[in-house]
Design a binder for this molecule. Structure first.
Ligand code: UN1
Length: 499
């Protein structure tokens, strides 16, 4: 059993290089057994004032450090994360509940992001381009925006934080981070790693607290020029509205209603594996989780039978026990939401083919477990097929052909991830073109994005920005166009072009 240090049990904000005590604290629970594991600050707005003011000063120096040197800090942090991977993974399972194998995967995602973004320290490419005038040079370069605010969720408490903070740091910004108070241990660990690695004080600051107070204060503070948010669609809209009033750049990632499409020529055993992993892994609590299966009528029955059989083998319990394939739901609120949708599904006339109930695990009676659930006979307009449930609940939708499958996939307000299982190369490329999502998988489930590609989606999933990949740099940099005239005379653009 993993033991926490005194600092880990009694978390403090990390403001301008100081571990700062806050009197108002909240309890942090292990979702596997409901036990208290730590206490986390419930900060007031003044913590953001302190953080933002000091970040503003620290960032000016940081922006002057050559990017390859800034990158050295990321290499160092990545190496430390690698050395500490097992402990980080166990702490992650402890606070989030995901099974240890997945926790290791998530920590690895953070390590990958560190080394990838460290590489960007020697790229951060701008462009050179010909000028329309003689003896004149034209180029564009990326510049840091200054101080950025990141607001991260509990379902990927370290990976998503690295998607946002690492590109921000390497491109010369200071970061103020409000992690979810459900999962503060990862923020504490990452801040301590950067402190030990020697990141100058003020460049990564952590302030714990509520969205209503700390999040709002971040949006309102004029030193913070960008807000990068991952969370619910409802909160994201509020963040965007508030940022709009301040003319503040905002990057949003707000979930999905992701589907696996199964065509009549698909390898059904592979499909079943893909669905089990992407729908029930992380107890369905991924933005990318599969929550709809859109299946061709010719294979609907076979798939349904094999899926139901395979679901019986999913072992559920404490994620720290490596025999378990599925861990708990994050908390009671999460469970209540799932239970609400089970009732909605039944009322709408869907057939509950498996699961649908809260689960009690022996010796873990206070944990928040839920049975893997399958609804069949679902039509695309039902609420269970339209709204994000964020739990291990899948809706099976039967369609007559490929065109109907694509239309069903796109007929939701979200557009994060989608997947198609088929052996027909023509359909693969048609699907790639027509699926209205930011991520498309062929012959794999809907989860498993890699960090060097853009992460995000269309419609209600986002607002046009992307996390991770080189595209993340666009969120945390401003473009500067630079013209150098070496003609020694006044040359007027668009006018003196014949000279
Ligand atoms: C999320 O779902 O919130 O693609 C992040 C995946 C992971 C990241 C998921 N690499 O499933």
């Amino acid at each position: 059993m993993i033991t926490l240090t005194k600092e880990e049990r009694n978390l403090k904000n990390f403001i301008n290089g100081e571990w700062t005590e806050v009197t108002n604290k909240e309890k942090v629970y292990n979702p596997a057994n409901g036990e208290v594991i730590a206490e986390v600050p419930n900060s007031g707005a003044e913590a953001i004032t302190q953080a933002a003011e000091s970040a503003r000063i620290a960032q000016r120096e940081w922006a002057l450090v050559p990017a390859p040197q800034r990158a050295e800090l990321l290499y160092k942090a990545g190496t430390m994360m690698k050395e500490r991977k097992e402990r980080l993974s166990q702490l992650l399972t402890l606070e989030n509940g995901k099974v240890i194998e997945e926790a290791r995967g998530e920590v690895q995602e953070g390590i990958d992001m560190a080394f990838y973004m460290a590489g960007e320290g020697r790229r951060l490419f701008g462009q050179t381009t010909p000028s329309e005038l003689k003896d004149k040079f034209a180029m564009s370069e990326r510049c840091p925006v200054g101080v950025v605010g990141i607001i991260t969720p509990w379902n990927f408490p370290i990976a998503i934080a690295t998607w946002k903070s690492f590109p921000a740091i390497v491109s010369g910004n200071a970061v103020i981070w409000k992690p979810s108070s459900e999962t503060p241990l990862m923020a504490n660990e990452l801040a301590r790693i950067f402190e030990e690695a020697g990141l100058p004080k003020g460049i990564l600051q952590v302030v714990y607290g509520s969205g209503a107070i700390v999040g709002q204060a971040m949006i309102e503070h004029d030193a913070i020029r960008v807000i990068s948010f991952t969370g619910s669609n409802e909160t994201g809209r509020k963040v965007a509205t508030e940022c709009g009033k301040q003319l503040k750049k905002v990057s949003l990632e707000m979930g999905g209603k992701n589907a696996v499409i199964v065509m009549e020529d698909a390898d059904i055993d592979l499909v079943v594996e893909g669905i089990l992993w992407s729908a029930f892994g992380t107890s369905g609590q991924r933005c990318t989780a599969c929550s709809r299966v859109i299946v061709h009528k010719a294979v609907r029955k076979t798939l349904e039978e094999r899926l139901l059989k395979a679901m019986k083998n999913l072992t559920i319990g404490d994620g720290l026990d490596s025999n378990n394939k599925i861990g708990p739901i994050i908390n009671q609120t999460g469970l209540d939401k799932i239970l609400k949708y089970i009732e909605i599904g039944k009322e709408e006339g869907a057939k509950l083919a498996a699961g649908g109930k809260q689960l009690t695990v022996e010796n873990y009676e206070k944990g928040f477990y839920f049975e893997p659930t399958l609804f069949t006979d679902v039509s695309i307009d039902m609420r269970i097929a339209q709204e994000e449930i964020f739990g291990p609940v899948v809706s099976l939708i039967e369609v007559n052909n490929f065109e109907e499958a694509i239309a069903a996939n796109n007929k939701v307000k979200y557009g994060l991830s989608s997947s198609i299982f088929t052996k027909d190369v023509n359909r693969v490329f048609q699907a790639q073109r027509d699926l209205d999502t930011g991520i498309v998988y062929v012959n794999a489930g809907t989860t498993g994005a890699e960090i060097h590609l853009p992460f995000g989606g269309t419609k209600g999933t986002g607002n046009g920005h992307r996390d991770s990949g080189v595209q993340a740099l666009d969120v945390f940099t401003e473009w500067k166009a630079v013209y150098v005239d070496y003609s020694g005379k006044l040359q007027r653009a668009q006018i003196d072009t014949d000279a």
